[in-house]
Design a protein around this ligand. Sequence first.
Ligand code: GLN
Length: 547
Amino acid sequence: MTKYIFVTGGVTSSLGKGIIAASLAKLLQARGFTTTIQKFDPYINVDPGTLNPYEHGECYVTEDGAETDLDLGHYERYLNTFTSQANNVTTGRIYQHVITKEREGAYLGKTVQVIPHITDEIKRRMLLLGENNQFDIVITELGGTVGDIESLPYIEAVRQLKWEMGNNCLVVHLTLIPYLKAAKELKTKPTQHSVKLMSEHGLSPDVLVCRTEEPLYKDLKKKIALFCNVTQDAVIEALDADSIYMVPLEMMREKLDVTCLTKLGMPLGNEPDLSKWKEFLNKLRYPKSKVVIGLIGKYVELQDAYKSILEALIHAGAMNECKVEVRNIHSEYLTKENAKEKLQNVDAILVAPGFGSRGIEGKIDAIRHARENGIPFFGICLGMQMACVEFARNVLGHTRAHSTEMDPDTEQGVICMMEAQKTITQKGGTMRLGSYDCTLEAGSLAADIYGGTQIAERHRHRYEFNNEYLQAFEQNGFMPVGKNPKTGLVEIVELKGHPFYVGVQFHPEYKSTVENPHPLFVAFVKAAKDAQEENRAANLRQSSVVI
Ligand code: GLN
């Protein structure tokens, strides 16, 4: 029978519930249990696809084209398995479903209420992934913090499930033990309050994971256990870690997996086999070299806006035994005049995805700089589209070239809206989303990097390369080397004679995991390393000439 673990959060947001849930899942998976994770978000948007990165960080896209919370990215990166639409549920989706059913007459005669109708629908979705016994354990992360008004139906749903399922279900509560510098003391009161708040709603945690800056000494664990009604082995220390990828090992040291399995009445399985994970961590912690990558985007000041790209660079860095330092370069403040200065000393340039006009000319100037100076360039989605615009303007001489997204009236729309998008009026979930096949040209750099010519990657866009311009681009060495086999849509471009110039219409970052770093990112970091060595050698040659 499938067992269910619920991960709740208390005291404050940003404690890393997603990372704790993913780490626990990783340990259970490494013990031989089939495990998946899902996230329930208490906001009213049907999905996060319409939220901007200031509100919600990156929007993560699954194979089946769901626009989801970025925590699903962590789940995939840790577990190395795919998630789907079913792994992310919001209050908006729950209500949408219940209201549609109400209109269909499913509740005829009844008053439709939060309890039981909304909570029943929450419960149904919480158990959905466990149907057909495809997983031994389903972990559900509840977004928000206990005490939020909008979290209440979720807490109530978990309370009911615990009542119905007994020890087939478990609540892990992530909380904060603040360290007061002036008093030189760790404080347990906020945790006590958070557990009390939960218990007012009839739910009590079985395991407490305590985020802390300082180690929890034994008596403190004892005190927490006593006041919060949990066994002592269920007070887990979660010390701040240098890297999120250290957390599974920290949780293993604290026996979070053993405690959960024991409380669920499950066998412990094998000792977790984390050899691949440890190998990755070793490379991450002891790099042999370092490269600097300029990340050009309009949200670079936000930690979470380009989450999957940053993680993919970390995976690729480890694979190359090389530390990747990301230099954030705000595209809004980058101009033709200052591009050289701003991009000085970067070994490679990555132009980020995005929407709308803000900072667009900065992206184009950065791409021109990379193209003209032979600096490794990687453009993702909007980054690829702007590479086409830059080439059209500065090489093909189409001075007004643009994407019709930014300039709807341009007569030189080298990037234009996809035909299928033109009739769409609804905003949420209507882009070209999810995984599509792509055929690579044999002999291209991309085919070499992927080690084959048939790939599938995930998408999230409305605009595409305008094939009317294809010939002119090709004749000038700008090559469409990856195309959708059904529609001919250009998915990858390369530039002849440039050491590394790759633009992709899709988002390779979504598919990079610890155990399977994405080949394009690995090759990009390698190109940055090569460029650095080349420059060093050239500088040496130059200085020896001066001597
Ligand atoms: N705004 C562009 C489009 O819709 C690019 C999207 C993206 O970068 N994800 O096609």
